[in-house]
Design a protein around this ligand. Structure first.
Ligand SMILES: Cc1cc2nc3c(=O)[nH]c(=O)nc-3n(C[C@H](O)[C@H](O)[C@H](O)COP(=O)(O)O)c2cc1C
Length: 297
């Protein structure tokens, strides 16, 4: 991610790190470092991952039921560490020799069931305040924590009706937390297959199937067909509030390029995909609010 940040200017850089198999202080430091290095373009995808890994990460005394309580502590700690210094804590006045205002440095003193972290972090806040927090999951427990801490949600994206219900429930929980429902973006993941025509898209699907064991049939993705039709579907999902961001997965080797060449220009004409980046931070380009430091008076 650091290497990518050196050869790009505008894209966001979001890394997945599971809260079940890492330590919050390390993660806070890694992602905040990336945020500095990339000048405010870092994100963290905080997922629990699956309990199978507990045995490989010295945590075999824990159970699946531990994963979400653990994740909650993890997020509270990382967010707390990212607020270690208020935005104006560093005075750096050569004349008076004052480097920083210790009153604006805040250790965390966190003691939990899974993690205990004294703080402070040794990194100040970034241009976007702090990295953007992504999360992925579907269960009620997931939603309860996401409603409080997530800014972008990765969701399974194959069924419109499911997404409508999921989004409505999640946004209701977000509001109960006193947050604006607009401050949480929904990012369904899709593997689109597009062509200039319906027939061409179908041929691509058949080609993918031909690489698989004999007789294997892939379910037709929702976003499949002629570019115009796919763009219309995306517009509909966007307007219905279930797709603020589209996460593209790809089975077809040329799929990314197909999508960029055939679908993106139509989305741009419709005014629902940008032609230029609006801002120079990930948070800014996602239209998410600047998070004030919790200690700001
Ligand atoms: C869209 C989506 C993407 C996910 N991506 C990952 C991933 O990259 N790595 C991973 O270990 N788990 C990933 N997960 C799994 C979650 O970490 C979690 O284990 C799973 O959602 C089960 O929890 P839940 O029943 O509470 O949703 C993903 C889940 C979803 C829904």
């Amino acid at each position: 991610m650091s290497a990518l940040s050196m050869v790009t200017h505008s894209i966001g850089l979001t890394a997945t790190i599971a809260t079940s198999y890492a330590d919050p202080f390390t993660v806070a430091r890694q992602i905040a470092s990336l945020d500095k290095i990339s000048k405010g373009r870092a994100g963290w995808n905080a997922i629990t991952s699956n309990p199978g890994g507990l045995a490989n990460y010295s945590r075999s005394h824990l159970r699946k039921a531990d994963l979400y309580p653990m994740k909650k502590e993890f997020l509270e700690i990382v967010e707390g560490l990212w607020d270690s210094y208020e935005d104006d804590a560093f005075i750096r006045d050569k004349k008076s020799g004052v480097f920083y205002d210790p009153g604006k440095m805040h250790p965390l003193h966190y003691t939990g069931n899974y993690f205990s972290v004294e703080g402070p972090l040794n990194i100040s806040r970034s241009r976007q305040g702090r990295p953007v927090v992504f999360q992925a999951g579907t269960s009620m427990e997931f939603m309860d924590i996401a409603a409080q801490h997530a800014e972008v949600i990765m969701a399974p994206g194959d069924q419109f009706e499911y997404l409508k219900r999921f989004t409505a429930e999640l946004k209701r929980k977000v509001q109960n937390q006193g947050r604006s429902p607009n401050d949480l973006l929904i990012m369904p993941s899709h593997s689109p297959i597009v062509g200039e025509t319906e027939k061409e898209a179908l041929e691509k699907l058949r080609e993918i199937e031909s690489w698989m064991p004999k007789g294997y049939r892939l379910p037709k993705p929702q976003l499949m067909g002629a570019a115009e039709n796919v763009a219309e579907k995306i517009e509909h999902w966007y307007q219905e509030g279930v797709m603020d961001v589209l996460l593209i997965r790809q089975d077809y080797p040329a799929g990314f390029e197909d999508f960029i060449k055939l679908v993106v220009p139509i989305l741009q004409d419709k005014g629902i995909f940008r032609k230029e980046y609006e801002e120079d931070t990930l948070r800014g380009n996602l239209g998410l609010p600047y998070p004030e430091n919790r200690y700001k008076k």
